[in-house]
Design a protein around this ligand. Structure first.
Ligand code: RET
Length: 279
């Protein structure tokens, strides 16, 4: 039998795509990724060195903080070598009112490695804050689960094909973020207020810093991935600044300030005992 003996099916409706265009990383973006990779690597080494200088029982914050920058080092390495990304297919406009139908679309590069990084590092950052405040288990669990929901729905939003998908997931992510803020501000502050004065103060300032910083992420996302008003490079640079503040700067602040307040408490007690002894 020849191919002509096969009856052809009903004609496939044709959608003629207009020439797609690609929004992707450039030279400035690649350079930025390498710079942040180096910053994260050096910070991880510095945090490790700091951990070795304190006894194991006092290393909890050092370990959490070192893990955070270690994950970031790997994720920035992946992004800098051109891995850990894919293209989101965004349908701008479908026209079905003429023949042939047309579809206007664009492909935007999404660095999904970020979301893998965030799914591990943002819960660890929350643990740093939760342990500092001495938060209860239930509040910690709620904050961390909300955080994972935020990052995953953020990832789905980044690959949303239509505005409905994109902003729908984005809304869910923002609601989850509000749950985190609630836990930090209400449960966290309540727990911290029962601690010594210097810890309560440190929690208030480093927690405030965290909330301001974290709130900038959905804004960058909205301008970059969301509204596509920023180039992929501009988005990479904005996230780079935020990531350096949220991980290494946050880490050094926490470790130095916590060491200082722990020293102050120890000093207070030993001083008290000396006086007792003298009497
Ligand atoms: C997304 C988009 C969807 C809405 C919201 C977001 C929030 C992200 C946050 C990320 C924090 C990252 C940190 C990284 C450390 O280096 C996912 C961008 C609310 C808060 C602190």
């Amino acid at each position: 039998p020849t191919s002509s003996s096969f009856p052809s099916a009903s004609p496939i409706p044709t959608i003629i795509p207009t020439q797609p265009y690609y929004e992707k990383i450039g030279e400035a973006g690649t350079k930025t990724l390498w710079v942040v990779f180096v910053i994260m690597l050096l910070s991880s080494l510095a945090f490790t060195a700091m951990a070795w200088r304190v006894p194991v029982q006092k290393r909890l914050f050092h370990v959490i903080t070192t893990l955070i920058t270690t994950f970031a080092t790997i994720s920035y390495f992946a992004m800098a070598i051109g891995d850990g990304n894919s293209y989101a297919h965004i349908v701008i406009k479908e026209a079905h009112n003429h023949v042939p139908d047309t579809v206007e679309h664009v492909f935007r590069q999404v660095f999904w490695a970020r979301y893998i990084d965030w799914s591990v590092t943002t819960p660890l950052l929350l643990l740093d804050l939760a342990f500092l405040a001495g938060m209860d288990g239930a509040s910690i669990l709620v904050a961390i689960v909300a955080d994972v929901i935020m990052v995953l729905t953020g990832l789905f939003a980044a690959f949303g094909k239509t505005d409905g998908q994109k902003w729908g997931y984005y809304t869910i992510a923002c609601l989850a973020y509000l749950v985190i803020v609630y836990q930090l501000v209400i449960s966290g502050r309540r727990a911290a207020s029962t601690k010594d004065n210097s810890t309560a103060k440190l929690f208030a300032s480093i927690g405030g810093f965290t909330i301001i910083l974290w709130t900038l992420y959905p804004i960058v996302w909205g301008i970059g991935d969301g509204a596509r008003k920023w180039s992929v490079d501009a988005e990479i640079i904005a996230y780079a600044v935020l990531d350096v503040l949220a991980k290494p700067v946050f880490g050094f602040w926490l470790l130095f300030a916590h060491a200082k307040s722990a020293e102050a408490i120890e000093g207070f007690w030993s001083h008290g005992l000396d006086r007792e002894g003298a009497l």
